[in-house]
Design a binder for this molecule. Structure first.
Ligand code: ATP
Length: 243
């Protein structure tokens, strides 16, 4: 079943700049779907159109529909989106730098009953033992990789049904990317959470996603099973640097 459908969505910033030009994609329940493309293609904008965060940037969905579990959600406020189970991990790991690791995690659970906090934190520490070691540390002093782990861990605290990840590999060394993507795959398998993963690192993303879409200039230009895209000569040349 498709948990998320983006149908012919058009997005405009500041009433004039057309950034998404009829974009369609779907994310199947329980699977990892990747959205790939170069800088500026409109990947982050796509996630914000889903999570309701466009408005705060003077962006607007001017056409098309975002359908979640059969319901159009274009008009939902960001708080409602989170409450209904969609959580976006923003690009650049927007954690609370002055708070400790554990305080950050608690912030992620603001839509959940307080009674769930302790079990939620322990669950996050199982996926990210490094966060447990650093639980009393102020988040702003941690490494980039640890901050990315914290951003994902905080999202888990909200018990999302659909997790939107915006470039989790950004600025991280290859080994760390591998580690974090491995954990994302485990989270997907063990929690049953559906993941929509936005990435410029096509190779890493295709390694964990079942399906992938490639976008250019506000539109999807190619899509298919990850293994087929990995074997596609155009994808190899333009996105995997094998040309
Ligand atoms: P990146 O990897 O650099 O984040 P992206 O594929 O996620 O790239 P977007 O961030 O969605 O791309 O940006 C797509 C286009 O929309 C770019 O041309 C960008 O300049 C423009 N854009 C993004 N945010 C805004 C905004 N708040 N106001 C006006 N234009 C914007």
């Amino acid at each position: 079943m498709e948990l998320l459908q983006v149908e012919n969505v058009e997005v405009v910033y500041n009433d004039v700049v057309l950034v998404l030009k009829g974009l369609s994609l779907a994310a199947e329940e329980g699977k990892i779907t990747a959205l790939l493309g170069a800088n500026g293609a409109g990947k982050s904008t796509t996630l914000k159109a889903i999570s309701g965060l466009l408005e705060s940037e003077d962006g607007e969905v001017t056409d098309g529909a975002v359908v979640y579990d059969g319901t159009p959600i274009n008009k939902w406020a960001p708080e409602k989106v989170v409450r209904e189970g969609i959580f976006q991990v923003m690009e650049g790991r927007r954690i609370f730098e002055d708070l400790t690791v554990e305080e950050n995690l608690r912030c992620g659970a603001y839509t959940r009953p307080r009674g769930e906090y302790a079990a939620g934190v322990e669950r996050v520490y199982e996926y990210f033992p490094r966060l447990k070691e650093r639980r009393k540390q102020v988040a702003g002093y941690m490494s980039g990789g640890e901050q990315q782990m914290l951003a994902i861990g905080r999202a888990l605290m909200a018990k999302p049904r659909l997790l939107l990840l915006d470039e989790p590999s950004l600025g991280l060394a290859p080994l760390l990317v591998e580690e974090i993507f491995g954990i994302v795959r485990r989270i997907n398998a063990e929690e049953g959470v559906t993941v929509l993963l936005v990435e410029q690192n096509a190779r890493a993303a295709l390694g964990i996603a079942e399906m992938a879409y490639i976008m250019e200039n506000g539109r999807i230009v190619m899509d298919g099973k990850s293994e087929d895209l990995l074997n596609n000569p155009d994808v190899q040349e333009f996105y995997l640097g094998m040309g």
